[in-house]
Write a protein that binds this ligand. Structure first.
Ligand SMILES: N[C@@H](CCC(=O)N[C@@H](CS)C(=O)NCC(=O)O)C(=O)O
Length: 265
């Protein structure tokens, strides 16, 4: 019995949903509304003290942190291994996963959060908003969200996020010069970790980040999208209405995002 606490637009949760689909595992969905900050409710914090999605409950036992959940599923259900068997390739996959967790994920948060989460928060009173932000357990996330409330897309986090995205794309283009997937000839947990962050660019119509100058990344992401696991774990949540709405949000933000990317794309 697998239960996943998730949100459709959370790249971390998308990683786990791709792994579940790759392995053909049945699971029960618990939707956590991030705009309503359900992730900070006491009952959720008991499961995940960091107040973030995803959280997996496997046979009643809680597993948190998306990379840890992906590795847990890969080991608990080893019929279709996603961590490369070769130790060197496994090390490379873990390096990508670490990069995503430490750098690309905060970068994505800075770009995506002002568009998806901020509008709901701005409907609250100043005092309510402040009180909610003060409850965020981890200081870097708490301070980032406060800066994003104050400065929106002009926050330094957004400009830094754009730089991190573009460096990741350049590095991935280099890797893909010699391998079909991020770390070898097989789709692996490295691809699982990376692909959802390209969903963010795709959904907002910001594919100019990679499709003008990085043909291997463009083809790699297309290959990811064509996998059944991606269709089931990610694309199925993006109905025509949702995609239209995200496209409009992305288009309205593009002039500022492009400004941050000027000279770097
Ligand atoms: N390192 C964590 C990060 C999880 C995370 O940041 N999740 C985001 C959604 S992608 C979240 O729940 N954000 C809630 C918030 O920022 O209030 C993981 O990989 O699971």
């Amino acid at each position: 019995m697998l239960e996943l606490y998730t949100h459709p637009q959370s790249p971390c949760a998308q990683k786990v949903r791709i792994v579940l689909a790759e392995k053909g595992l049945a699971w029960t969905k618990h939707h956590v509304s991030l705009p309503d900050k359900e992730n900070l409710r006491p009952e959720y914090l008991q499961l995940n003290p960091l107040g973030v999605v995803p959280t997996l409950v496997a046979e009643g036992r809680v597993v948190i942190e998306s990379n840890v959940i992906c590795e847990f599923l890969d080991e608990a259900y080893p019929h279709h291994k996603l961590m490369p068997a070769d130790p060197y390739l496994a090390a490379q996959a873990r390096l990508w996963m670490k990069h995503v967790d430490g750098k690309l994920h905060p970068a994505c948060g800075a770009l995506q959060w002002p568009l998806l989460m901020l509008p709901g928060l701005m409907k609250k009173t100043d005092a309510e908003r402040q009180a909610l932000l003060d409850q965020i357990p981890e200081a870097p996330r708490r301070e980032r969200q406060k800066r994003l409330v104050k400065f929106g897309l002009e926050a330094p986090d957004v400009a830094d996020g754009v730089k991190t995205y573009l460096k990741t794309i350049r590095d991935l283009e280099k890797s893909l010069a010699t391998t079909r997937w991020a770390v070898g000839e097989q789709f692996s947990l490295a691809d699982v970790a990376l692909a959802p962050y390209f969903q963010t660019l795709y959904q907002f119509g910001w594919t100019a980040f990679y499709d003008r100058s990085y043909p291997r990344v463009t083809e790699w992401y297309q290959r990811c999208r064509e996998r059944d696991s991606y269709k089931l774990g990610v694309s199925s949540d993006f109905t025509a209405d949702v995609s239209h709405c995200l496209g409009e949000l992305g288009a309205s933000a593009w002039p500022t995002i492009e400004q941050h990317a000027r000279g770097l794309m």
